[in-house]
Design a protein around this ligand. Structure first.
Ligand SMILES: [Zn+2]
Length: 280
């Protein structure tokens, strides 16, 4: 199987076929396959800035942090969920990770779940080119591509699963891409997620509201909660954690100064995994 087969041209939505080191459609729109194997399908007109998405320092911090296994309980939970669902299926299947960042979960799932289901293919997508560049370095068997969530260059009715972890969501595109009865797995921060970090950053920290994404085309079918406590034992890990959160941008200077003095930090982590099925 052509591993790029579900990618479509972001200009005309035509089928893309591999040719030398490029993907090309019948109208001649051509996209280079980078040395690392990823494809940039984000058109200049669909960018809201020169380099949209997380920048190089942020994605590197994220990768260092995740590679230390701090969020592995969530990765394991996603594998268990997918394994259960995959057992009920006996055909080729496609998983699309939207907003895959540095590809930690995408790669973890392929290594730990899909190795038993060789007819399954996984794609990872993000708007940050720097994130996709790092992700592609993790695993050559995964097709990673740069694209906008609002115009995903992916064929309709083709995916069995969409994974949307800590990333923005967009109902119309998820609906278009998923097969009938396709499953959307969404991960959002739970109430107590990173409360230890927030307690250092803010005078009055608040719990998260657990408000799920707006998904009118989907029916909520299941929820799994993953709760753990993590202990960070170095300044670098603490700084890396901060850099992968929204607090990195919106914390008053005094909060950042308090955090910078710490050499250890203990905090709860809590993830809410919501499972949705495509309606009608
Ligand atoms: Zn085209």
């Amino acid at each position: 199987m052509d591993k790029f087969m579900h990618l479509v041209c972001p200009v005309c939505s035509g089928k893309l076929s591999p040719e030398n080191q490029s993907l090309i459609c019948s109208h001649g729109h051509c996209f280079d396959i980078a040395g690392k194997g990823y494809v940039n399908l984000l058109l200049v007109g669909d960018k809201n800035s020169k380099e949209p998405g997380d920048n190089k320092d942020m994605v590197k911090a994220r990768k260092r942090f995740l590679d230390k296994g701090y969020y592995e309980p969530l990765a394991k939970c996603l594998c268990t969920l997918l394994s259960q669902k995959l057992q009920d299926m006996n055909h080729d299947g496609i998983i699309l990770d939207t907003g895959c960042g540095d590809g930690y979960y995408t790669d973890y799932i392929l290594r730990n779940t899909l190795s038993d289901h060789t007819c399954f293919h996984i794609y990872g997508m993000d708007i940050s080119k720097e994130a996709i560049r790092l992700a592609a370095g993790r695993n050559k068997d995964i097709v990673f591509f740069v694209a906008s969530l609002f115009k995903i260059p992916f064929s309709g009715n083709s995916a069995d699963f969409i994974l949307n972890a800590f990333a923005p969501s967009y109902d119309p595109e998820f609906r278009r891409i998923l097969k009938h009865n396709g499953i959307l797995i969404s991960v959002i921060p739970g109430r107590s997620h990173l409360f230890g970090l927030k307690s250092v950053l803010y005078e009055k920290p608040y719990e998260n509201d657990e408000k799920g994404p707006d998904l009118p085309s989907f029916r909520h079918v299941d929820q799994v909660r993953v709760k753990d406590s993590i202990k960070l034992c170095s300044r670098e890990d603490i700084a890396d954690l901060l850099a992968m959160t929204p607090y990195y941008w919106k914390t008053p200077k005094e909060g950042i100064e308090r955090l910078n003095k710490l050499t250890e930090l203990e905090t709860p982590v809590e993830f809410v995994v919501n499972v949705y099925s495509k309606q009608g």
